[in-house]
Design a protein around this ligand. Structure first.
Ligand code: UDP
Length: 412
């Protein structure tokens, strides 16, 4: 990952200058971010990039994680599924585990959290920490990364008991906002263009990664990168591939992903995916280790088309990553994908495997359209979804929480 100055080559100097000006107002404050995994999934990806840049701006920023037993992750995965709309009831014993684990983690973290000026609690897993930190003095913000536009009501009602205690919350999009008795902010996520996941790679390196997995780059490649999670619809991706392959026999499909420490369902979904792939030699199901950022980068750069056929998606960093690499994306018509995929400009939104297959065929038939859409996609990310914009949003939010809305900030 790069130093702040290095980003100026991509964003222009003004953008970096403004970050320093905003950060000036925050000198001397202490910030703590808390989530439930250091590796795997979008939240860890963002914190890994954002925390060092906040530190570089001279703001005392820390990143803590909570830990628990498998039952805790079972509970929070159910919670995650329910908040994204599945009718999943969470049993009383699991709720008890959820609160106990939060209490236990609070005992370890409380001193640090109570001293902090601003605490960002990411997603539902650590949301109950607030109940067990009695002497907090700073502002606590709940940062929601998932699609809670249509939550399963009983579970949201339970979680809301904790969320209402926060001073503010942040969502990715207006659709996700919920009635809450505190200010709500809209901040979409971002990617780091200088991180291993997104830096430029040589054609040789891309080629070598594809060769390592026995995939032929001379033939078309459709790629989806995701944790093995049913909301990402990997089975729907295989269905789309099978439909498209009838018309494009040389087509290859790559489903690449790993697990996340806080996601206990991955292994089961991976098995389902392998079974559905039925030993087709042109379907490559790659289970990648947590540090495979460069491999994913190469896969995204080498792909002809990138898919993210999610049924629910908080944002979909994999979409942003692919767009930054000049790829048109065929994405599920849901959540944060809608914010990124501008229909027929940066990609296509689809609702079914049939729709995805149709768009795969269209893009394979029209290389000039692929190129044009890919260029627009990259520009769209440059203007909206880079880490510098994200950092600026966070700094502005913190300044407004600490100084109040009356404060005027002149950036020049
Ligand atoms: N990712 C990864 N390895 C994997 C699967 C995903 O590094 O095996 C990364 C992916 O490149 C992206 C993030 O994890 O940066 C996933 O974020 P996204 O918002 O797409 O989905 P989430 O997993 O948070 O639901």
């Amino acid at each position: 990952m790069g130093k702040l100055e290095d980003y100026a080559q991509i964003t222009g100097r003004d953008v970096i200058e403004h970050l320093y000006q905003l950060a000036e107002r925050l000198k001397g404050i202490k910030i703590v971010h808390v989530n439930s995994t250091r590796e795997g999934g979008g939240v860890a990806e963002i914190l890994k990039n954002l925390v060092p840049l906040m530190q570089e701006l001279g703001i005392d920023t820390h990143w803590e994680i909570i830990t628990g037993e498998p039952e805790f992750y079972q509970c929070t995965k159910n919670m995650h599924n329910a908040l994204q709309g599945r009718q999943v009831n969470i049993s009383e014993p699991l709720i008890k585990v959820y609160e106990e684990i939060n209490q236990r983690n609070a005992e370890v973290l409380c001193k640090e959290l109570e001293e902090a000026d601003i605490v960002f609690i990411h997603d539902p897993q650590p949301a109950a920490l607030i109940k067990f930190c009695f002497n907090r003095r700073g502002k606590w913000i709940w940062r929601c990364h998932i699609d809670i536009s249509k939550p399963f009501r009983p579970v949201w009602k339970y979680l809301k008991n904790f969320i209402i205690g926060y001073d503010a919350s942040i969502f990715h999009l207006p659709d996700f906002v919920q009635p809450l008795p505190h200010p709500q902010f809209l901040i979409p996520p971002s990617i780091d263009p200088l991180g291993e996941k997104n830096i430029e790679l040589s054609q040789e390196e891309i080629q070598a990664v594809y060769e390592q997995f026995g995939i032929d780059l001379k033939k078309p490649v459709v790629l989806q990168v995701s944790r093995f999670d049913r909301f990402k619809d990997p089975v729907g991706v295989i269905q789309a591939y099978k439909l498209a392959k009838k018309f494009v026999p040389s087509l290859q499909l790559v489903l690449a992903g790993g697990g996340a420490q806080d996601d206990p369902e991955g292994a089961m979904v991976l098995e389902e995916v392998r079974a559905f792939a039925e030993d087709d030699p042109n379907i490559h199901v790659l289970f990648l280790p947590a540090h495979a950022h460069r491999t994913i980068n190469a896969l995204q750069r080498g792909a002809t088309i990138v898919l993210q056929k999610s049924i629910r998606e908080g944002f979909g960093l994999t979409v942003t990553e692919a767009m930054w690499k000049g790829k048109p994306v065929i994405g599920g018509d849901t959540g944060g994908i809608r914010l990124q995929v501008v229909y027929s400009h940066t990609g296509f939104l689809v609702n079914t495997p049939e729709g995805a297959a149709l768009r795969i065929r269209y893009l394979l038939r029209h290389p000039e359209k692929r190129k044009e859409m890919g260029e627009k996609a990259r520009r769209y990310v440059l203007e909206n979804f880079l880490i510098t914009r994200h950092l600026r949003d966070y700094l502005t939010l913190m300044v407004s929480l600490i100084y109040g809305v009356e404060e005027r900030i002149e950036l020049g």
